[in-house]
Design a binder for this molecule. Structure first.
Ligand SMILES: CC(C)(COP(=O)(O)OP(=O)(O)OC[C@H]1O[C@@H](n2cnc3c(N)ncnc32)[C@H](O)[C@@H]1OP(=O)(O)O)[C@@H](O)C(=O)NCCC(=O)NCCS
Length: 176
């Protein structure tokens, strides 16, 4: 069963012909248009970036985006990315699509020079990929209110050691 599930799932780079469907995926996943609009802004303004589409049984059902972040304070060694947003159509959730998108996106990071990835999300979901809370390591997002959900994954051993500060996302996030 497991192999069958994997065979029916394809993760690939987004192309221009996906833009309309990607918008619909995020609107359905989040129940609002903010994340879909964020993707449209980041496509134009963020570089480098990772933008991947998931096809399940030939249907486009998921999308993930990673863009550069800046650390104000003592930056870690190497550049860092922010993972946001990731969305899967509600009808396709719980079938491994989100996990496959996250794993493939993380695999793309070293080639882009990213040594760590930050995100704001539910620790119960992201722990499976190795994400840990960022605040105990000295990294914060916006305010202490986010400490319980702001997470980081070190991709290059030791990249975060000695770093600390406020993690700033691309200015397009301020419209969210
Ligand atoms: C979060 C999301 C991308 C996961 O995609 P998915 O394809 O359903 O994920 P998977 O099938 O790979 O994993 C499902 C598992 O994640 C868990 N899960 C999903 N969303 C979760 C959440 N918000 N918190 C904790 N666990 C969550 C499910 O319970 C399931 O757990 P199990 O493997 O122990 O059974 C998807 O649910 C989604 O689009 N949600 C709405 C948008 C969103 O919140 N995005 C993330 C914030 S940027």
């Amino acid at each position: 069963m497991r192999g069958d599930k994997v065979n029916r799932l394809l993760i690939r780079d987004e192309t221009e012909s996906d833009y309309r469907v990607v918008r619909a995926i995020h609107e359905a996943a989040f129940g609002q248009s903010g994340e879909a609009s964020l993707v449209e802004s980041l496509r134009v303004a963020a570089s480098p970036r990772v933008s991947l589409v998931a096809e399940l049984e030939g249907e486009r059902v998921g999308h993930i985006f990673l863009s550069p972040v800046r650390v104000e304070g003592q930056p870690p060694r190497g550049a860092c990315a922010g993972l946001a947003p990731v969305g899967v159509k509600p009808s396709a959730q719980g079938r491994g699509v989100g996990s496959a998108l996250v794993r493939e996106a993380l695999g793309r990071c070293p080639a882009l020079g990213w040594s760590a990835v930050f995100l704001l999300g539910d620790p119960d979901y992201y722990a499976r990929f190795g994400f840990v809370l960022a605040a105990p390591l000295g990294f914060r997002y916006e305010s202490e209110l986010f400490d319980s959900h702001f997470q980081v994954l070190e991709l290059e051993a030791g990249a975060l050691a000695g770093g600390q500060g406020w993690v700033r996302y691309h200015e397009a996030f301020s419209a969210l």
